[in-house]
Structure formats: C-alpha cells, structure tokens
Design a protein around this ligand. Structure first.
Ligand code: E4P
Length: 218
C-alpha cells in the first residue's frame, strides 16, 4: 500500500518525506486555502515547491466544474511537472474530463467518491486513482472501511487498473484497516501517520534499556 500525505503544508510534507515512507501528496482547494495560497500564480508556485520535495504523484485539483474548464485547467496543471495528477470531482463533466485526460496520457484522481457505483464509473472512464472519503462517511454513520473493501474487490474482479486511494483519513486505525482490506493507497494528514509509530510499551522498554545500559557503563 502506498502512503500519500494529505496536506499542502510544505513543512509537514518534508517531515513525512524524511520518514522514508512517502509515495505522494494529495491536495484540495481547502488544504491550499489553509496554507494561505491566493491566486492561480501562487498556486502553481506552491505545486512546484511540492513537486521539488517529493518523488511521487502529486494531486492538484481543478476548480472548474464544466468540461471545457476542467480540461483547460487540468492541461495547465499537468504542464507544471510530470508528477502532477489532475484531481477531478465525481460529476458528469468530471467523468468526461477523466476520459479525455486518460486519452492524452494525463493521470487523474477522481475525488469526492462515496459509493461503489461512482468508483465503477471513474474506473470505466480510466481514472488512475479513485478517492473514497472514508472519514466523512464514518461521520454520517456509514462504514468507510467496508466501502474500501468493496471497491478493492470490485476492481480486482473486473481487472481494472484504477487504484483505490482511501482519503479523508482521521486516525491510525483507519490506515491499518485500509491496509488490511487491500487499499492500494491511503492519503492521510501527518498526525495519523506519526501516530502509527507510537506505543507506550516501546517508550517504556526503551527507557529501561537506556537506564540499564547506563548502569552497566557507569
Ligand atoms: C483527499 O484527497 C481529500 O480531499 C481529503 O482526504 C478530504 O479529507 P477531509 O474529509 O478530512 O477534508
């Protein structure tokens, strides 16, 4: 399973990258706004900075919601760097845009996916990634992990190359469960990734080892 970080914060991207486990980055308009990035020129500059930091796929989302607009924007984004994956919303024109981008060799990430039916359409259109938002589903009492399992199984049965990119991750358990049900990729904020590292017995054990080592060497 690939690990992407779900942020536009350069320090956090750098920190995750230094762990040696990072395979890519996903951004969205809310995450870009959180970093105070204003205007298309600054957005491009920021995507370039992310591309310099990470060796992997970097999702950049289109703002247009009509086919012509999405194609123009996506082509512009794709020219920034070959790592750019154009993120397109799961709407009718989005599906047509994914089909077009696939035909010209531009990678896509179909976002705002909440059902297996939506995932099926995105895969048929040739999306590189499909992003089901598991945290937002859990928030409204649907089982996000179950949805990931269903999508992974459906893509395997159908032989689709589209990868299930579990998004809207809220905690480390989400990440582990995604791995258990075969998600191809997770995208997570830094905190749940760092939380995977932690166990109180590791800290207690290390403290004891260091104390005993001190005794032996004093
Ligand atoms: C990623 O591609 C999504 O935009 C993101 O994971 C959404 O996460 P949220 O539900 O925490 O906003």
């Amino acid at each position: 399973m690939k690990f992407f970080i779900d942020t536009a914060n350069l320090d956090q991207i750098k920190e995750a990258n230094e762990l040696g486990i990072l395979d890519g980055v996903t951004t969205n308009p809310s995450l870009m706004a959180k970093e105070g990035i204003k205007g298309p020129a600054n957005a491009i500059k920021h995507y370039k900075a992310i591309c310099k930091l990470v060796n992997g796929d970097i999702s950049a989302e289109v703002i247009a919601t009509d086919l012509k607009g999405m194609i123009a924007e996506g082509e512009h984004l794709a020219k920034i760097d070959e790592k750019i994956v154009v993120k397109v919303p799961m709407i009718k024109d989005g599906l047509k845009a994914i089909k077009y981008f696939n035909s010209v060799g531009i990678k896509t990430n179909c976002t705002l996916v909440f059902s297996t039916g939506q995932a099926l359409l995105a895969a048929k259109a040739g999306a590189t990634y499909v992003s089901p938002f598991i945290g937002r589903l859990d928030d409204i009492s649907y089982d996000g992990i179950q949805l990931i399992a269903e999508m992974v199984q459906m893509f395997a049965v159908q032989g689709f190359e589209t990868q299930v990119l579990a998004a809207s991750i809220r905690n480390p358990v989400h990440i582990v469960k995604c791995a258990q049900v075969g998600a191809h990729v997770i995208t997570s904020p830094l905190e749940p990734i760092l939380a995977l590292l932690k166990h109180p017995l590791t800290d207690i054990g290390l403290e004891k080892f260091l104390a005993d080592h001190k005794k032996v060497n004093s």
